[in-house]
Design a protein around this ligand. Sequence first.
Ligand code: Z5A
Length: 215
Amino acid sequence: MNKALSRGCFITVEGTEGVGKSSNITFIQETLQAAGIDVVATREPGGTPLGEEVRELLLDHRHSGMSSDAELLLMFAARAQHIKQLIQPALNQGQWVLCDRFTDATYAYQGGGRGISNERIATLENWVQGTLRPDITVLLDLPVDIGLARAAIRGVADRFEKEQQAFFEQVRNAYLAQAETQPKRYRIIDASRTLEAVQQQIAGVLQLILAEQGA
Ligand code: Z5A
């Protein structure tokens, strides 16, 4: 429970391509559950039946000509439904929400990557989210070339994964710039290390979060 806000704690996990979010979300969820936390894991874009359909549109190569504005608006359309149907009700009931990407990804990909201004993104953020912001954001960070090499092993690339290294460098830089402006919310993890070493760092962060939240 976030005592200041009388609701559950909202944790997001972010990073560029191949940083290992999927590999670590389950670890985070299981660690919190072992500490007695009722946690709901979800993802963006997606998390609801409508959001998952929007996700398919966003990742599909058939839409390679999608404009940056259409991409941005679809991200927030999926997010509006996600907040209304899943995130806010869970938080209101005192559950913790663990979300694989959220609006920081919009600032990084549509902002840093596509070049849409932060002001324009902030307008949609305020409209769709009201005052809702993540309490903690775990940023898995590693050099882009290592991430791309890891992701390449996974197989078929989606519409975002076919972008070039320069795009992901801009995305990474945008994430790091955000983390610098909000050091209390962001916890940066060195994701270039072995999975075991990454999870050790994450476990340390979770212990601190649990202590801070009085859980
Ligand atoms: N997007 C956006 O543009 N704007 C937004 O607002 C939002 C999203 C919300 C889909 O997201 C796309 O949506 C995303 C940004 C955009 N596109 N991209 N890129 P996604 O989160 O579903 O997509 P993803 O980035 O591909 O995430 P992922 O599937 O969770 O992949 P991952 O973070 O790269 O994690 P992984 O699959 O666990 O790891 C990749 C590989 O590395 C895998 O083989 C692992 O076994 C390996 N791995 C993991 N950790 C390690 C370590 N420590 N050492 C060695 N190998 C490792």
